[in-house]
Design a protein. Structure first.
Length: 155
């Protein structure tokens, strides 16, 4: 499987997963814990960023962009399906806590911003790999510079 195919495979997997994770995270945010609901979305975004970071730049940017933008649309469609089912189940078995419109908009804004953090994860991991590669490549020069720093040959 070439890198373009991997990119599209990851895009489909993570976009469809986000269509479920974001609405479920919204219900957790409303009824259980704000932090845990946002944490679910954050973990999903980090997983996506790490998975896409194994690809070359062009394929990774294509995949992450497709994932983020389609996840926004798919998660709203998922919310329309998941929210009524969760609400009716909770009302039958417990108490359902309805979020205000401002709180609901705040959750979705945070969730969409976290999806975009997949770009940051990708660039962070790319930078880390570049730094490690450069350090390994120049390790002999680095050790020589450290040894020379402690020499007493000053005039």
């Amino acid at each position: 499987m070439n890198d373009s195919e991997k990119s599209m495979k990851y895009f489909i997997i993570f976009a469809l997963g986000a269509a479920v994770v974001l609405p479920v995270g919204g219900e957790v945010f409303a009824n259980i814990s704000h932090g845990f609901g946002i944490g679910m979305v954050a973990v999903w975004a980090v997983l996506a960023g790490v998975k896409f970071s194994s690809l070359p730049f062009r394929n990774a940017m294509l995949g992450v962009s497709a994932y983020v933008f389609s996840a926004v649309v798919l998660s709203l469609i998922g919310y329309v399906v998941i929210h009524p089912a969760v609400k009716s189940w909770l009302e039958a078995n417990s108490t359902y806590f309805e979020l205000s419109l401002v709180e609901l908009a705040g959750y979705w804004a945070k969730a969409f911003a976290l999806l975009a953090c997949s770009y940051l994860i990708y660039f962070g991991r790319l930078g880390f790999r570049a730094a490690v590669g450069k350090f390994e490549k120049n390790s002999s020069e680095t050790s020589a510079a450290i040894e020379n720093a402690f020499e007493d040959d000053e005039p």
